[in-house]
Write a new protein. Structure first.
Length: 209
């Protein structure tokens, strides 16, 4: 379905940008740290693309990088090819709605079903049926695990030097490893198994602080 056939299906959009050649910076600024659903419209062919992101500013910034959309690893993206072929001046960008991160996939699916956009290879939001995960899909799927991993690395650490009885505190596992010129795995192992780190440090990871 082309854009000129679906205007009546859309309610008022949250944001609309038509002069994309000159408004790239404003698009990114307006949408940084906001999650939601966006719509690209080719003003020549009227073909459309629907997408969603947990950070629209960062996602849309990628679209404005020619080096990103022309990367061979993203060669399957029809919207990328269209942007390269027709240029940003011949596209309109709209934010269909802002929503909570947890609702992005659901709301994207709503618009995929409603608008049946030609530029979308997949018709199921968040699906990877038949082709590689995009970076955005991987980001969405991996974010909970990355958050847990990063939170663990930020746990404070207390070191007891058994030779001097001097106690030193670091604000993270990463900082501890860097200070002692070792790796995070060794720090965690010493703490978990009550082993001396570098044969002289008793390690305590301070959880729940």
């Amino acid at each position: 379905m082309k854009r000129n056939q679906i205007n009546h299906l859309l309610n008022e959009t949250q944001q609309s940008y038509s002069n994309l050649t000159d408004s790239k910076s404003q698009v990114i600024k307006d949408n940084l740290n906001k999650s939601g659903v966006y719509l690209w419209t080719n003003t020549i062919t009227q073909d459309i693309y629907v997408g969603s992101s947990m950070d629209l500013g960062l996602r849309l910034r990628d679209y404005f990088k020619v080096s990103y959309i022309s990367n061979p690893n993203r060669a399957n993206s029809i919207i990328h090819k269209a942007l390269l072929k027709y240029g940003y001046a011949n596209f309109q960008l709209e934010i269909l709605e802002y929503c909570d991160i947890s609702m992005c996939i659901e709301r994207e699916q709503y618009y995929l079903d409603l608008l049946n956009p030609k530029y979308n290879i997949l018709k199921k939001a968040g699906s990877s049926l038949g082709y590689k995960h995009t970076l955005e899909t991987l980001e969405t799927k991996m974010r909970p695990f990355l958050n847990l991993h990063n939170a663990a690395k930020r746990l404070p650490v207390e070191l007891l030097d058994i030779e001097t009885n001097l106690i030193t505190k670091y604000d993270s596992i990463t900082a501890t490893a860097e200070a002692l010129n070792t790796n995070e795995k060794n720090v965690r192992y010493a703490a978990k198994h009550n082993k001396l780190l570098l044969k002289k440090y008793q390690v305590t990871i301070l959880r729940g602080i």
